[in-house]
Design a binder for this molecule. Structure first.
Ligand SMILES: [Fe+2]
Ligand SMILES: [Fe+2]
Length: 194
């Protein structure tokens, strides 16, 4: 199945034009990593490759663009209390739909979920994009090798690891945690730790 109009090269060009070269390269690596994880986890690799490519499409938009979309599309008004870190996924999915013409609900949801995580509703594709973003070969942070190992073993273990570490990092820095991320953390920590 094809998830976009035109060629994959044309889609890549549109993403490249919206991003700095470094961030575009990150998107290419996430796309590749997502494709491999899809092959290992019974998801259409093409769908994962597209979702990975576009996941950060909106990352460099000015705040005003996100605020305008939140208002125009009557998205959850609580979104106005957050920032680019949340918006580029949750609101960025709307821009990917409207500007890149990607309508596949699974891809759009995976883009939304990549900045927040999700609980029981998280699809395998969402887990793949969430993890590919975290462990793509350009990532280098303490724990990334453990995250890679767990993700190879079992996607759910990878998701739990990432949520645990991200929530801990935010709390450590005295920063707020997006409600959906807290719910996701609670869900996965109970699922995977017995
Ligand atoms: Fe992102
Ligand atoms: Fe990313």
């Amino acid at each position: 199945m094809k998830y976009y109009s035109g060629t994959f090269e044309q889609l890549k060009e549109k993403v490249a034009q919206a991003l700095t070269p470094d961030r575009y390269q990150h998107c290419l690596r996430v796309s590749q990593t997502a494709k491999s994880l899809a092959e290992q986890n019974g998801v259409d690799p093409e769908q994962a490759a597209v979702a990975g490519l576009v996941h950060d499409y909106a990352k460099q938009r000015p705040d005003q663009d996100f605020i305008q979309v939140i208002k125009a599309k009557h998205l959850d008004p609580d979104l106005l209390n957050w920032n680019n870190a949340i918006w580029h996924g949750v609101v960025g999915a709307e821009m990917i739909h409207d500007e890149l013409g990607i309508t596949d609900p699974g891809i759009l949801q995976a883009v939304r979920d990549h900045t927040t995580g999700a609980g029981a509703s998280m699809s395998t594709l969402s887990k793949i994009i969430f993890m590919a973003d975290y462990i793509e070969p350009g990532r280098d942070f303490p724990g990334v090798d453990e995250a890679r190992k767990l993700t190879e073993q079992n996607l759910d273990l990878g998701v739990t690891y990432q949520l645990q570490h991200t929530v801990a990092y935010l709390v450590e820095g005295g920063r707020p945690v997006y409600p959906a991320s807290f719910l996701a953390y609670n869900y996965w920590i109970r699922q995977t730790q017995h």
